[in-house]
Each structure stands twice: as structure tokens, then as C-alpha cells.
Design a binder for this molecule. Structure first.
Ligand code: NAG
Ligand code: NAG
Ligand code: NAG
Ligand code: NAG
Ligand code: NAG
Ligand code: NAG
Length: 639
């Protein structure tokens, strides 16, 4: 018994020393609760427990290198509840979870039944609301917390240049996080992963100003709804987390120009933002203005789809004129529109109104889509309808779609780094749709023309969720909606079997197109191979994958080993057995993994397991299923 007790004591000691060794930085720096309480506290307690458990499991089950290991959102209904958690990019997973536990306990104890709350620690940030807020970047409650000690001379002058660089670099980093040290100044900047690249930039611009107000004190922090920034004269993160910011900064001249523009915009920006907000609120129909007053945290004034006035959109698009037309998609034509507040938007006129579900259902689906917030997914601002005309209003992407840059008139423009970051962004966006959003949304029509590019050439997936507007039984019968020939997984094209792996397959095809600069059905390939996939397989067998690489890419920009690894990941995605394709979140981890992490991809593994062939035999299953798919699609569409 005594032995048992001392063993326990030893274990406790061990655990204790492990905990104290690490530093979760769970020192509270800010908390705020809404003044309004929820009405049904019993139901609320159950929802809060479920949602926090979801957050915990996302963080704890994520691979340490994936962005999910430091950021999670979760939402639940009955009652509606949205929560977001983020820990600083430099914390280990264990420290991150410790900080989460501290935040969770504190937010419950301190805010009780409040309908919105947030707590900020040096190490992490937890927030919940009963309305969506994931895309908010700056808002009421932004401010700073300064240290107490004066700095030594010279320090105060060294802080602003570092903060400026951090704020310029962070929106371009893969994880929205940067840490650096320069001239004795340690600094970090971080955005929540659910805001857009522009939102991150705007938030950090405000944060730089707030943090600099702490000077000449030796320690300062700025926090906001979408970002966090901190500087200090003492190191507060492991030195091996320090990053080289230069790859994320523009070359001297343009970065200066940007800084100047932002400097000017800083003052005017707030006013414009306010004006925009007022305009948008004014454009809402009165019946949408429900009881939202009194929320001190200003959760989300703009939640849910806005109901635009049909005649405003008609005017914005010049009466849907040909000159304003941006393109034709599977679901209808898209027009460029300029709203009264001078915001440019893309207006999609749905061509499926006749067969779409009842109007009430339409509203529900649109509401669902408009609540999807991810920086690699196009934002739906709102909708409008008149008679049988249904309009969707999206954010506008001036750089148009990926196909223009891969096969079209801007072919050869994108370098390897840009292409790689597009591949990772697409994978992240799809992983969000499949696994992180509270409803699993399968896109079903991933192709180059559905991937739009923002001003920084980051990908934004378009057209997700729209297929849900179709009646169940019609959704896979026509090629027009079922996806596009050549991108479509065989089991879906032939039997209509739908799973997330349908998107995995199309993703793999798009990756091969991005790397090769060729269409998946390019007839100008090798004489005996018609399809890109077939050709890649042949190159794989011959160990010549590197020949796939687009000749417009500068060979000095990429390592052949890295490109080869990405091609192999794409091949894993296009295996004919859906079960053997990885999920999108696995793909994100693979893409970001180290190159010595060899993939188990032997020849026959990406042929259907039931018809295993060996060595140099041609990939029978791929060939037959490809041509089979072609046949059955043309039969279906001919009906
Ligand atoms: C909200 O609930 C808390 C804790 O139960 C209570 O102290 C507070 O007065 C309530 N606030 C309002 C506005 O009812
Ligand atoms: C609160 O919600 C629970 C579960 O949703 C429900 O059973 C209960 O009747 C509700 N109570 C009130 C007062 O509405
Ligand atoms: C929610 O979790 C708290 C603390 O973990 C617990 O005390 C409470 O009983 C739980 N409530 C419900 C409704 O599950
Ligand atoms: C910091 O230094 C300034 C001027 O050098 C002085 O006015 C101020 O009182 C000092 N503050 C603290 C907290 O020591
Ligand atoms: C940071 O500044 C404080 C206050 O001036 C000083 O006591 C401390 O030694 C400084 N730390 C470093 C690492 O320079
Ligand atoms: C940084 O160093 C710590 C040990 O000091 C180590 O556990 C960790 O893996 C290192 N991180 C990176 C990214 O190299």
C-alpha cells in the first residue's frame, strides 16, 4: 500500500514537473462578457459543453505541423453557438491544450450565462457568441495592454520597423503567424485563420498602432477580434521559432508604397468602414433587423445572408449587361457589379430556379453557405430574388480564375512557390468544407475554373454548396451539375456514389494540371496517351515524373524532389478506389510534411486493389475506368 502511494506521489511529481517545465503562458490579459444572458441556461450549458469538447478534440487530434493544432472553430445549434480558439503559433500542442483548459474554466466561471464572451491570454484566445463572427477582423474592444517597465535607450526606435515587417509578412505566411527578433526586440503577430488575407492585414495595421502606443515601455501587446501582436525586450517564445520574414515581404520599393498607402488609409479607413457598415445595414430589409441591440461585444452586425434589393443589383450590374459579364458557370452567369457604396461584387444569376427547391429551402441553403468563413473559400455576401430570378452576391476577385493562369492567356505567369501555395490553400479550403464546418459540404465540381485567385494569388474556391440547391435525385444525373468530365471520380460518374473522396479525386487532377500546365484531356500529349492521368502514370512507372513539370516554370525555383513528392500526393488522390484516397485534412499534412517522409506509393497501389497488377503492366483499371466514365457520362447527358 505504502509502495503504491509513493508510486502515485512520484507520478504526481513527474506530471507536476512536466507541467511546470512547459509554459502555456496562461496569464490572463483581457476578458469581456456580454451584458445579455441567454434565456434557456440548461440548453445553453449543454451546447457550450459540446462545442468546447469539439474545439478540444480538433486541437488535440491535429498533427503538430498542421494549422489545426493551433486554431479551431466549432459551432452547434439548439441554441446557435459559435466558438473560436487559437493559441500562439510558438506553443507546443501540450501547452496549447493547457492554455485552452485555463481559458475554458475562466470563461465559464467569469461570464456564466452571457450570450457572448472572450478571454485573451498571452498564450491563447477563446471567444464564443450566439451569432457567427469567424470572419470579423477588427471591432470594438481592440486595444492594448502595456508592460510596466521603461526600456533602455534605443529600444523604442527599434520596435516600429519590426512591427511593420511583422504586420506585412503575417498575412502572407501559411499559418497567419510570424515571430522574429531584431536588434534586441522580440515580436510576434498572428491572425485568426478564419479571416481573409485582407482582413488580417487590416487588423494588424490597427494592431501596430495600438502596440506602438505602449512605447517606450519594454513590453506591449495589441489585441483585436481577428489578430494579436506583441513585442518585448525579452524573449517570450523559443528562439528556434524565429522566422526569416524576407520571403514574405515585398521588394523594397513596393513595400514602402504599400506602407504609405496604408498609412493614409489608416485614418480614412475607419471612416470608410463605418460608412460601408451603415450602407450595408441600411440595405437590409426591415424584417431582418431583429433584436441585436445591446450586445456590448458587437458580435456580428452582418451575420447571415443580406437581402439585397433586386433593383439595386440590377443597377449595379448595368441591367446584367454583356459588358459586365464575367463568365458562365454550371449554375448560371456571373456579372461584375458595383454597389452604391462603391464595393465591387460578383453577382451570380442562378439558372436553376425552375428546378430548385421551394423558396424557403433556398433561404436556408443560402444562409448555410453564407456562414462558411474560410480564407480559401469565396464569401457569399447575400442574395436577392424576384419572381423566378435568384441572385447570389459574392466577393469579387479581380484576378479571375486559375484556368487563365494555367492554360489561358496568362499562362506561365505563376512561379512554383505561387503554385504550391495555391495547392495548399485549395486543400485547406476543402478540408474546412468536409471536416471543420458543422455540415459536411461536398463540392462535387472542383476544377481550375472554380478556383479564383485573390490579389495575392491565394486560392478561393467558388461555387461550393450550390449543388445542394438541386433536388436530391437530380444532383448527379446531368454532367452540367455533376461535375466536369475528366475531373470526376469514376465511382461518382458511373454509379453516383458520393463521398468527400469525390473532391479528393478532382483535387488530385487539378494539382496535376497546375504542375504540368496541361488540361486533363489534352490531346497533344504523348501519341499513345490521351489523358493527363494516364501520362503521369507512365512517367511514374518510368521514374521520370519530373518530365511532367510545366516548361514555363524556372527550374532554379523548385527542387525536383519536392515537385516529385507533390505529384505523388496527387496520384494518391486519384486512385480509383475511393477508400484508398486520403482525406483532405490528411493531404494538408502531407503537403506540409518534410520531404524525407516517404509516401508508400508503389506502382499497383493506385490501381484498384481488387485487380492488383505488378511491375510494368499498364494500369488497367485506370484506363478502363476513365473510358468507362466517359461512356456513361455521355449516355446520361444524352438522355
Ligand atoms: C446574467 O447572469 C449573471 C449570473 O447568473 C447575473 O449575475 C447577471 O445579473 C445576469 N445579467 C442580467 C442582465 O440578467
Ligand atoms: C430548455 O431547453 C431544453 C433542451 O433543449 C428543453 O428541454 C427545455 O424545455 C427548455 N426550457 C425552457 C424553459 O424553455
Ligand atoms: C458542462 O460541463 C461542466 C464542467 O465541465 C459541468 O459541470 C456541467 O455539469 C456540464 N453541463 C452539462 C449540461 O453537460
Ligand atoms: C519612463 O521614462 C519616462 C521618461 O524617460 C518617464 O517620464 C516615466 O516616468 C518613466 N516611466 C516609468 C514607469 O518609469
Ligand atoms: C528589458 O528591460 C528591462 C527594463 O528596462 C530590464 O530590466 C531588462 O534587463 C531588459 N531585458 C533585456 C533582456 O535586455
Ligand atoms: C525547438 O526546440 C525545442 C527544444 O528546445 C524542440 O522540442 C522543438 O521541437 C524545436 N522546434 C522546432 C520547430 O525546431
Amino acid at each position: 500500500m505504502a509502495y503504491f502511494a509513493s508510486a502515485l506521489a512520484f507520478l504526481a511529481l513527474l506530471l507536476w514537473s512536466r507541467i511546470t517545465d512547459a509554459d502555456p503562458q496562461a496569464n490572463l490579459i483581457l476578458n469581456a462578457c456580454s451584458l445579455i444572458n441567454v434565456t434557456n441556461t440548461t440548453a445553453f450549458a449543454a451546447t457550450i459543453n459540446r462545442t468546447f469538447a469539439d474545439l478540444h478534440s480538433t486541437i488535440s487530434s491535429a498533427a503538430p505541423s498542421s494549422s489545426d493544432s493551433h486554431f479551431a472553430t466549432a459551432q452547434n445549434s439548439d441554441p446557435q453557438f459559435y466558438a473560436l480558439f487559437q493559441c500562439r503559433g510558438y506553443l507546443s500542442t501540450a501547452d496549447c491544450l493547457t492554455c485552452f483548459s485555463a481559458a475554458e474554466v475562466h470563461i465559464r466561471r467569469y461570464c456564466g450565462p452571457a450570450n457572448g464572451a472572450r478571454v485573451v491570454y498571452d498564450g491563447c484566445f477563446l471567444r464564443y457568441e450566439i451569432t457567427p463572427f469567424f470572419d470579423q477582423n477588427t471591432g470594438r474592444g481592440n486595444g492594448n495592454i502595456c508592460g510596466k517597465r521603461n526600456s533602455t535607450s534605443g529600444f523604442a526606435a527599434a520596435v516600429p520597423p519590426l512591427l511593420e515587417d511583422l504586420s506585412n509578412a503575417t498575412p502572407k505566411t501559411p499559418d497567419f503567424f510570424a515571430a522574429a527578433e531584431r536588434d534586441g526586440v522580440f515580436g510576434i503577430a498572428q491572425c485568426v485563420n478564419s479571416v481573409s488575407v485582407e482582413g488580417c492585414g487590416q487588423c494588424l495595421t490597427t494592431a501596430v498602432n495600438n502596440a506602438e502606443l505602449c512605447l517606450p515601455l519594454a513590453d506591449g501587446r495589441a489585441m483585436d477580434t481577428g489578430c494579436f501582436m506583441r513585442y518585448s525586450n525579452e524573449s517570450f517564445f523559443p528562439t528556434n521559432q524565429t522566422m526569416d520574414l524576407s520571403p514574405f515581404l515585398n521588394s523594397g520599393r513596393s513595400s514602402k508604397r504599400r506602407a504609405i498607402i496604408w498609412g493614409v488609409a489608416g485614418g480614412v479607413g475607419g471612416l470608410l468602414l463605418l460608412l460601408g457598415l451603415v450602407t450595408l445595414l441600411w440595405m437590409r430589409r426591415p424584417r431582418d433587423q431583429q433584436d441585436r441591440k445591446g450586445d456590448i461585444l458587437g458580435a456580428t452586425e452582418l451575420q447571415g445572408p443580406l437581402n439585397f434589393r433586386y433593383k439595386d443589383l440590377k443597377k449595379a450590374t448595368n441591367n446584367f449587361s454583356k459588358d459586365n459579364k464575367l463568365g458562365e458557370g454550371g449554375f448560371g452567369d456571373v456579372y461584375k457589379g458595383i454597389l452604391k457604396n462603391r464595393t465591387t461584387v460578383a453577382v451570380k444569376r442562378l439558372a436553376i430556379a425552375q428546378i430548385s427547391r421551394a423558396r424557403a429551402d433556398f433561404q436556408t441553403e443560402v444562409k448555410l453557405i453564407s456562414n462558411v468563413h474560410h480564407r480559401n473559400l469565396i464569401r457569399l455576401h447575400g442574395c436577392s430574388s424576384k419572381g423566378k430570378d435568384f441572385l447570389l452576391v459574392y466577393e469579387y476577385m479581380a484576378n479571375s480564375s486559375l484556368d487563365k493562369f494555367i492554360f489561358g492567356d496568362r499562362r506561365g505567369f505563376l512561379n512554383w512557390k505561387q503554385r504550391f501555395s495555391i495547392i495548399v490553400g485549395m486543400a485547406r479550403g476543402l478540408s474546412y468544407l468536409h471536416q471543420e464546418f458543422h455540415v459536411c459540404i461536398i463540392h462535387r465540381d472542383i476544377k481550375c475554373s472554380n478556383i479564383l485567385l485573390d490579389d495575392d494569388f491565394q486560392p478561393r474556391i467558388a461555387d461550393f454548396g450550390l449543388v445542394r440547391l438541386l433536388p436530391e435525385d437530380k444532383s448527379h444525373l446531368s454532367t452540367r451539375f455533376a461535375g466536369t468530365l475528366g475531373y470526376t471520380a469514376p465511382e461518382y460518374a458511373i454509379q453516383g456514389q458520393l463521398s468527400e473522396k469525390v473532391d479528393t479525386y478532382s483535387f488530385g487532377v487539378v494539382v496535376l494540371e497546375i504542375i504540368s500546365g496541361r488540361k486533363n484531356y489534352d490531346m497533344k500529349l504523348e501519341p499513345d496517351a490521351q489523358y493527363l492521368l494516364e501520362w503521369v502514370w507512365k512517367l511514374y512507372e518510368l521514374d521520370q515524373l519530373i518530365e511532367l513539370v510545366d516548361e514555363t516554370l524556372d527550374p532554379s525555383e523548385f527542387s525536383p524532389e519536392e515537385v516529385k513528392r507533390i505529384i505523388e500526393i496527387a496520384l494518391l488522390c486519384t486512385q480509383s478506389a475511393a477508400a484508398s484516397r486520403p482525406t483532405m485534412s490528411e493531404i494538408v499534412v502531407m503537403l506540409l510534411g518534410q520531404s524525407d517522409n516517404t509516401l508508400e506509393l508503389t506502382g499497383p497501389t493506385f490501381i484498384d486493389a481488387s485487380s492488383r497488377v505488378h511491375g510494368d503492366t499498364p494500369p488497367a483499371t485506370i484506363l478502363s475506368s476513365t473510358s468507362h466514365a466517359t461512356d456513361s457520362i455521355s449516355q446520361v447527358s444524352a438522355r
